[in-house]
Design a protein around this ligand. Structure first.
Ligand code: AMP
Length: 276
């Protein structure tokens, strides 16, 4: 596997792929790779020459968040990527964000859901993803549905700026217990893992109530909030909205999405489930 750390070298590599009429599939990550990332990479490989980036982006961490302790394990990540026969790892030097004077914002979407609790988060995400897109120039880029709001914002950015990249969503990969895989799961001890699996069970049960005929968004989210509190969680939000995150309905509909963020012993977890 080729490891590229320089911006000029990455650009040249991409240009050479384009000259050879190859399609570029791109999977941006923050490393500490797990089964969720693996699924993104496996999907990407079906679309073209796959470039995976690993960069813990300081711009997307708010004041007092976990940038310093965010899990990092580049050696193991390299092994996982080699085993997956990924041809290129882009592992940029930190100057990719230093001295940035221009930022990408979506004021409306960034104020909802996660944005209310992490006010500068999506500005940091969109800015780094735009930078990475400018360097890697992918034809396809893969994002996990676990971070649904992130996926929706990046898709909108690509449309708003007429970018030549197709944004492809990938289903959430879960542990057997139902917990969505996440690099931050390393923060969870045994009781945290049990709690996290209760989080998914409550979301699933709420989706089940919808399936069985309960359509009131207020009653559905009310049920979830009550159960989450009963299980010892602090609830940041539980909302039902449409796939474009545009509407809050009085009645939920098939294809809507139930999104939630909770905290347990200081660890913040997000998850979502589509209503069907
Ligand atoms: P991260 O390294 O956490 O920034 O995530 C990199 C990409 O992997 C993002 O597009 C995430 O949405 C995606 N991702 C993270 N966890 C999962 C998961 N459990 N299933 C599917 N995709 C995931």
């Amino acid at each position: 596997m080729k490891i590229i750390t320089g911006i000029a070298e990455m650009k040249e590599f991409s240009h050479n792929l384009k000259k050879a009429e190859k399609k570029i599939s791109f999977v941006p990550t923050m490393g500490k790779l797990h089964g969720g990332h693996v699924k993104l990479i496996e999907s990407a490989k079906r679309y073209g020459e796959t470039v995976v980036s690993i960069f813990v982006n300081p711009l997307q961490f708010g004041h007092g968040e976990d940038f310093d302790k965010y899990p990092r394990d580049i050696e193991n990540d390299e092994k996982i990527l080699s085993d997956l026969s990924v041809p290129v790892l882009f592992y940029p030097e930190s100057d990719i964000v230093k001295n940035t004077g221009t930022f990408i914002v979506n004021p409306e979407y960034s104020k909802k859901l996660e944005g209310l609790f992490r006010p500068s988060h999506f500005q940091g995400v969109l800015t780094i993803v735009m930078k990475l897109f400018c360097i890697v120039e992918p034809d396809f880029a893969f994002f996990g549905l676990k971070d649904y709001q992130q996926f929706a914002l990046i898709k909108k950015m690509a449309e708003d700026f007429f970018l030549n990249v197709k944004i492809i969503p990938v289903e959430t990969v879960r542990e057997e217990s139902g917990i969505a895989m996440s690099s931050r799961n390393t923060y969870l001890d045994g009781s945290g893992k049990d709690a996290a699996s209760a989080f998914y069970k409550i979301l699933s049960h709420t989706a089940y109530l919808f399936k069985k005929g309960e359509k009131s968004a207020e009653r559905l989210t009310g049920f979830a909030i009550k159960e989450l509190i009963k299980n010892g969680f602090k609830v940041d939000y539980v909302e039902i909205t449409d796939y474009a995150l545009n509407k809050k309905y009085s009645d939920a509909e098939k294809g809507d999405i139930l999104l939630a963020a909770i905290r347990y012993k200081g660890v913040r977890l997000i998850d979502n489930i589509f209503l069907s």
